[in-house]
Design a protein around this ligand. Structure first.
Ligand SMILES: [Zn+2]
Length: 330
């Protein structure tokens, strides 16, 4: 289970925030910002638990009634807007119950938490409606906001909050998390590189069977060439994939970049994926050869955009790879 401690490795700003919440020194309003999938929502919910926890010892204990009800969203003093996930904006109407509740004491007499996820979706009117409460803290109410991107929150709202920008996940941490959730080693490694620091994206890619099939296809074609003689067969396998062309090229680019970083001693050795026949050759390719492959991918994208047939584009790239990535013999 993800706990507050899991976030201690997410940079100084986040660990300082957790320290302040645990020692009761946290500001009454906290805004978590950062790109999608970095854990803003999870952290906000754990902080809500910490505020509502009634257990003994380090908070949140995750065991007490306060924690359990905060986690399940049934705590009477955990207030969230009534807007649905699908609604594009959070309007004043969606905040009516919160505003009404704020005019009274907390139901259980302890702290209460206003949790505003995707606060960047709040209309300016909705944000203004909360401003008075943000400006005049009543000592018992905590505001937890999450927001993607740097725009969307009014400066007047931002300035009342302790804004904590959540950094992208370190690659190794994503890999560990995927392994913990039962992913296979090679897949965990690949997704951790592809997701660019967004655990959320890594998890959804793992769920995405079509995406994983494309990866396997790329491995079995572009990354399994042993000589130019293999090109016609590989090209035939890519023939019907015109609609996936953009994604295929981005997979090839990403993977070639990984090998290049390794060749330049700037990254770890890429793991061989299943069915890859030329992994050793890629691992021993010179940086210059890998740069040529990357240029060829850029050119392939250009040709594709210029409406050159996908089959011709793919075949040209396959030939260039078969020339650059010379078969390596131990
Ligand atoms: Zn608790």
């Amino acid at each position: 289970m993800v706990t507050l401690d899991s976030f201690l490795s997410h940079g100084e700003a986040v660990s300082a925030l957790i320290g302040d919440v645990r020692s009761g020194r946290a500001s009454h309003a906290i805004a978590l910002t950062g790109m999608p999938g970095v854990g803003k929502r999870t952290l906000a919910r754990l902080l809500a638990c910490a505020f509502l926890c009634v257990g003994a010892g380090s908070k949140p204990c995750m065991q007490c009634k306060g924690c359990r009800r905060a986690l399940s969203g049934t705590h009477p003093d955990l207030l969230t807007p009534s807007a649905g996930e699908k609604e594009r904006s959070i309007k004043v109407d969606h905040l009516r119950e919160i505003i009404h509740a704020l005019s009274m004491h907390a139901v259980e007499g302890g702290e209460r938490v206003v949790l505003l996820e995707n606060a960047q979706r709040m209309t300016p009117q909705a944000q203004n409606a909360l401003l008075k409460s943000l400006e005049e803290p009543d000592g018992a109410t905590r505001f937890l906001l999450t927001a993607s991107g740097d725009t969307g929150l009014l400066p007047t709202v931002r300035s009342r909050c302790r804004v904590v920008r959540m950094p992208p996940w370190p690659r190794e941490a994503v890999e560990d998390e995927l392994l913990r959730r039962g992913a296979e080693a090679a897949q965990a490694r690949e997704l951790s590189i592809l997701c660019g620091g967004s655990l959320g994206l890594a998890l959804s890619m793992r769920e995405d069977a079509a995406f994983l099939q494309l990866r396997t296809l790329c491995e079995a074609t572009f990354f399994s060439l042993r000589s130019a003689r293999d090109v016609p067969e590989a090209s035939a396998r890519l023939k019907d994939k015109r609609e996936d062309a953009e994604e295929i090229l981005s997979v090839v680019e990403q993977r070639a970049r990984e090998y290049l970083l390794f060749a330049m001693r700037a990254g770890p050795a890429p793991l061989p994926a299943a069915e890859t026949r030329s992994h050793e050759s890629w691992l021993h390719a010179a940086p210059r050869a890998l740069e040529n492959v990357l240029s060829a991918v850029v050119e392939a994208n250009r040709l594709r955009a210029a409406n050159v047939s996908w089959q011709a584009v793919a075949e040209k790239l396959l030939y260039i790879i078969s020339e650059e990535i010379v078969l390596w013999q131990p």
